[in-house]
Unconditional design. Sequence first.
Length: 89
Amino acid sequence: MVKLEFQVKESAGLLPETAGSLVKEAIQCTSNVQIRKGEKSGNAKLIFHVLSLSAKAGEKLELLVEGENEREDAKRLEAWITEKKFENF
């Protein structure tokens, strides 16, 4: 399993457009991709799961990537994090 952490930078929190962009990237992955905020988690390939986290500005999110191609999929998601200018940990 590969874990990626990033901080929400949008002042209004994780906006639906950004969440949708994340879901599109996650769907392209063959690995299982979970998103987690604290104790809450969901499938990063489902928009309602991502939005249900209600991520606010400054909060840390984690992506957990697990599967046969997890390293390649994690690189894809890390590129998305960088492209969206999130703070990567």
